[in-house]
Design a protein around this ligand. Structure first.
Ligand code: CA
Length: 310
């Protein structure tokens, strides 16, 4: 089970506190999203923007671009370290997940990818339980337009912390299928790779996600990657009687030897047709036999005792 941005159902996403909590809850993998600063440092943040999870506008008024957004790429690491991280908000400042515990500490900060990898090593050394790394290269094509190729920096950070071999406890994830091919063929990385599969309307990459979900798309993917990370909504359809029906994606991927790790299992934001987190787990884990899953609520996923282990 992969702790999506840490135990983000309880503490602000991607803070070290959220990672420690996820670890203590029994997560098998801790997720990192990786973006680049102005001075080419890699930091752990979900967005290429700072404004939905930090108080950047208060510290740096006027530093937004013409679209009104504050970009990580426009700030140095030292500047970003001044920011306080808070619960995720919408553009109007309202909370995205209003039912979650409110963060109150001023000690939530942004950290680098390398700092998180060192922290994960420390957790394992102190508490003895192994935990894996599940890191995402965010918007590589956008970063290149901004004058930086983040992938070599990303792979070097992993390698400096001892993640190099296929068997190492790490997955590299990306929405951009071309970038994953570069990771494998140009950078000759042996690491396990996961193709994220979203909705084409999200505009996450130039990738055609509808095509990737076809038998031919999956067959082609299997030449490069070890698994897929599909949006959970792609695992099922709702039939005329409002019943959940398997879309066949998991078995089609399994036929190509691909692992399947769907995202994102949220107790307070269930996909249509599911009445509870337990029902969603029962369907994905017990019926479809997914190989792993991304969740904001690691404790609930660990607490699921179905037929198959996650
Ligand atoms: Ca991610």
């Amino acid at each position: 089970m992969i702790a999506h941005r840490g135990a983000s159902g309880y503490l602000p996403e991607h803070t070290l506190q959220a990672k420690a909590l996820a670890y203590s809850m029994g997560a098998d993998y801790l997720e990192q999203d990786v973006v680049a600063t102005k001075d080419e440092q890699l930091v752990v943040l979900h967005d290429i923007h700072l404004d939905r999870v930090t108080d950047v506008a208060r510290h740096f008024p006027g530093r937004q671009r013409s679209d009104g957004r504050y970009y990580v790429r426009d700030f140095s690491l030292d500047e970003i370290r001044l920011l306080e991280v808070h619960d995720r908000t919408n553009a109007d400042g309202s909370l995205v997940y209003p039912k979650r515990p409110k963060s109150v500490s001023e000690e939530y900060r942004v950290h680098t990818f390398s700092e998180e990898l060192a922290y994960i090593a420390e957790l394992q050394a102190n508490f003895g339980r192994p935990v894996g790394v599940y890191a995402e290269i965010k918007s590589p094509a956008w970063h290149r337009q901004e004058g930086i190729d983040i992938t070599p920096l990303f792979l070097s950070a992993l390698s400096e912390h001892g993640y190099e071999a296929h068997a190492d406890p790490v997955y590299v994830q990306c929405f951009d299928d071309e970038e994953l091919r570069r990771v494998r063929e140009v950078h000759n990385s042996a690491l396990k790779l996961v193709q994220l599969i979203g909705d084409n309307r999200w505009g996450e990459a130039a990738t055609d996600f509808d095509e990737l979900r076809t038998a031919e798309g999956l067959r082609r993917l299997a030449r490069t990657v070890d698994g897929i990370g599909p949006w959970v909504n792609f695992l099922y359809r709702i039939d005329r009687d409002q019943r959940i029906e398997d879309s066949g994606l998991v078995s089609a991927a399994h036929q190509q030897g691909l692992a399947v790790h769907p995202f994102t299992f949220r107790d307070d934001d269930l996909p249509p047709g599911f009445g509870s987190f337990a029902e969603l787990m029962q369907f994905a884990v017990d019926e479809l036999s997914v190989d792993g899953l991304f969740t904001d609520f690691p404790d609930l996923a660990v607490g699921h005792h179905g037929q198959a282990a996650t």
